[in-house]
Write a protein that binds this ligand. Structure first.
Ligand SMILES: [Zn+2]
Length: 310
């Protein structure tokens, strides 16, 4: 029979083991200030931003938002003050911000010099806002996750970024949230709340399937669940449902941490040696680099056809 003291020791060990295996995720949110689908009013922008930040904070999610500063300026290159105020709200809510280029340029189709300029011109307002809180702008997210389709293109961008003090922010849980977001936005605009509810419900099911898929891929490649980085966009859909999305991660044992903490996982030093025009999860890049073929990528959850048809 196990003595009472041993029982206590075993319980403590067991609890600390659970503590150590706590899964970690960073929520990264692209295309700030907001994905507007042509909505121009300050109210729409403020409302979306406030909802998104409120719902993130209610679940204690420390998110990082990636900014397209081109959205902060009108066609005469005048600053649109409410757009800047939206970014300010992110900082006031304790979130981090990163650079996502000025105008969401595609590195697959943009010359290196022009792309580099887009990074530097696109950092000025964000840098200034962060510095007021004694924070640095240090993370970069490639639009479309296009990182350079040859080793040369990828290397030259990497060295440019590190020369300018940037750290690349990878994505492991890649998905098509933007397709659901567009369908949701259009349904709300039409006043079709029944359809909007259905889209949101299907979105959450799809996002849970995506999480489980990338967890399985992580185990297949590394025999463990790596620190995960989720990519979603600053859309109305996420503003209204990011707390439900966070609940899915909580249900699967995740805690929400910063990009700094996520990148402490040595997995992020895994070399990438295969390049292509694709915009895919870093898990898939590592898998391709390790010589994985078709079978490894099977069972990737698909976006429902009716969402794709919107
Ligand atoms: Zn983007």
């Amino acid at each position: 029979m196990i003595s009472r003291i041993w029982l206590v020791v075993l319980l403590v060990l067991n609890f600390s083991a659970i503590g150590q295996t706590k899964k970690k995720v960073c929520f990264s949110i692209d295309d700030l200030p907001v994905v507007s689908y042509g909505e121009k009013s300050p109210e729409f922008h403020f409302d979306l931003t406030e909802k998104l930040l409120h719902n993130l904070s209610s679940k204690k999610v420390q998110a990082i938002g990636f900014v397209n500063e081109g959205k902060l300026f009108d066609k005469d290159e005048e600053l649109i003050s409410f757009q800047k105020e939206c970014l300010q709200k992110w900082i006031e809510a304790g979130m981090d911000l990163g650079n996502h280029t000025l105008n969401h340029k595609d590195y697959n189709t943009t010359a290196f010099e022009e792309y580099a300029e887009e990074i530097l011109i696109g950092e000025q307002v964000t840098k200034q806002l962060l510095s007021k809180k004694s924070k640095e702008l240090k993370y970069f997210r490639h639009p479309f996750l296009h990182t350079g389709y040859t080793k040369e293109l990828s290397d030259s961008l990497d060295s440019f970024l590190s020369k300018h003090g940037y750290i690349v922010s990878p994505v492991t849980i890649d998905n098509s949230d933007y397709l659901f977001a567009k369908a949701y936005h259009l349904s709300i605009r039409k006043g079709d709340n029944v359809m909007a509810k259905k889209i949101a419900k299907d979105y959450l099911v799809y996002m849970e399937e995506k999480l489980l898929y990338f967890e399985r891929q992580s185990f297949e490649l590394f025999n463990r669940n790596i620190n995960q980085i989720l990519l979603i966009h600053a859309s109305l859909l996420n503003a209204e449902y990011v707390d439900d999305l966070a609940d899915i991660y909580i249900k699967h044992g995740y805690t929400f941490v910063s990009m700094d903490e996520i990148l402490e996982d040595p997995v992020y030093k895994t070399p990438i040696t295969k390049f292509g025009k694709y915009g895919i999860s870093w898990i898939d890049r590592w898998a391709l680099s390790a010589g994985k073929k078709g079978d490894f990528f099977k069972d990737d959850p698909v976006t429902p056809q009716y969402i794709q048809n919107f």
